[in-house]
Design a protein around this ligand. Sequence first.
Ligand code: DSN
Length: 428
Amino acid sequence: MNEDVAFIQEQVDRHHVWFSESLPMIASENIISPLAREMLLVDFQDRYAEGLPGERYYQGNEFVDQVEVRVTELAKRLFRCRHADVRPISGTNANLAVLFALAEPSDTITSVALSDGAHISTAKFGAVGVRGLKTITYPFNTRDMNLDVDGTIKLLREVRPKIALFGQSVFLFPTPLKELRDTLQEIGSYVWYDGAHVLGLIAGGQFQDPLREGAEIITGSTHKTLPGPQHGILLAEPRDEKMEKKLLRAVFPGVVSNHHLHAMASLGITLAEHLEFGRAYAEQIMRNAKALGQALHERGLRVLCEHLGFTASHALAVDVTEHGGGAEVALNLERANIITNKNLLPTDTSPVRPSGIRLGSQELTRIGMRESDMQDVADLIARVVTKGEDPKKVARDVAAMRREFRSVHFCFEAGAAAHLRYRMTRPA
Ligand code: DSN
């Protein structure tokens, strides 16, 4: 065996063992279903398809086209929209496409501030900066972890942005789109909602329904509360045919060449599964997040927004300043096999010394945990964070807990021969 190959395989094996003994709680991740994972191994991985079904630049796309048409239909059905593009290869890539389609360099975009939980692509050193746009951020109510509606209306009227972007990566509560709708219509901005974190909740009929509340475009990655492959999606209710064409051309030839056909097929399986199981899954994610917030609060942790029930999504934000800050706490939790991330909170000024951690319930829910299990999870977290127990000792109990949660829920059963089927049809 080649030494480098063996090294890489060994690290991946070790990663698998580690994660099978861990509590994965990063709010932007999830695990894919067996049938969706199977699609990542198929021959689509080895092929090119540029453009749209029926209008390709490469031969060999007969079946790829059929899959893409069906995946696009599934996306439209799940999100109840007229336009869906399943070609963006990530959430940031979908965001770039929107910026490319609807703005020109030096235009203004309004968005949530990074320290209030916005995604990096809204920053001047992210996608917005790549497009040469100017970002102005909304006033934010840090107690409620949401936009200050009156201040935002005032700002929108003053700035009249080309694009008004909503949504964030610390996404605890629905955006007050309905309250902003009249103002946004009056000033004519494109209304764009980055729903990456909450796509699965939206599709499951929980959280909010942005396209019915004034948003014209939703972008997202497809591997968070929507538990699919690492990929992107762009959904829209375009104003007219011209806007729809701009969005399509911004994806290809704009920011995507080949769109990772295996991931696109895998996304199709995820969308079909979410049509079947998404509502039950989204409901349980939210019940678990609230239960975890309450349980952590009872164990002395400063979970934000107690007065609002901690969260109305999958995510929780916890201020751990008094326990050493976000960086130290996240590291200690990792040593205990509890995988989270340090996170900026609204009052923070230094991105390298954030005072918070962010927790998500979506993956724990996916492996079958329920509200009562959140008590045990909170106990394990508190032993590390508030009681200062040796993380390695806690890790043993985390691994023991994980033995009860081995399978992926809210998806179709994979046949025993599923993986073999594709291996057999591929040349060795
Ligand atoms: N970086 C991801 C997150 O953790 O929220 C979003 O892309």
